[in-house]
Design a protein around this ligand. Sequence first.
Ligand SMILES: Cc1cc2nc3c(=O)[nH]c(=O)nc-3n(C[C@H](O)[C@H](O)[C@H](O)COP(=O)(O)O)c2cc1C
Length: 174
Amino acid sequence: MKEVDRSKAYRLFYPSVPAVLSTSYRKTVSAMPVVSFTTLSESPSLVGLSSLPSHATHKTVLSARRFSLCWLDRKDLRAMAHLASHPGREGEDKLLSAGLKHHRGKKVDVPVIDAAVAVLECSLTKTIKFGDHELLVGRVKASYAIEDFRDYWSFEEYRPILYTGWKGDLTTLD
Ligand SMILES: Cc1cc2nc3c(=O)[nH]c(=O)nc-3n(C[C@H](O)[C@H](O)[C@H](O)COP(=O)(O)O)c2cc1C
């Protein structure tokens, strides 16, 4: 096998299914696509996502101490691409700017995307610095999905978005 530059090792994880990390604080609604996330614990239900502290969304999560994670269908691929290519500004509703309507969470006061196929509502429990990123640890307070999820995805309705990493390319399986 050929050597892969260690600084590019993270690219071996792709393709991955991205989700949208959203939060709000005062008049600002922040959101960005994320792929560097995972479940950390089943009981309690904990998730971790690795984020660059310079991102507007990261800063808003630290202020709000809560966030949602929403998975989108491929029909919302363009909106996700918009979230990736436009850095959020203070006072902006970045989800609406990307064409994504949203409502408040069921259990946590976070923005939840109307078109989401699956949602986690989380409170921020811990942050840990790792190199140039920071791990945001969330406790899952509510989790729900469309009917296509029957303990596992059946993929009869849901068509996932895939992130290849190549020039920020978002794609689908077919
Ligand atoms: C599919 C995809 C996944 C991404 N995943 C992450 C991630 O896990 N962590 C991160 O810090 N940035 C990630 N990014 C980059 C941010 O989403 C991007 O820089 C975004 O514009 C930041 O927006 P903000 O400054 O408004 O928060 C990802 C980008 C794309 C396209």
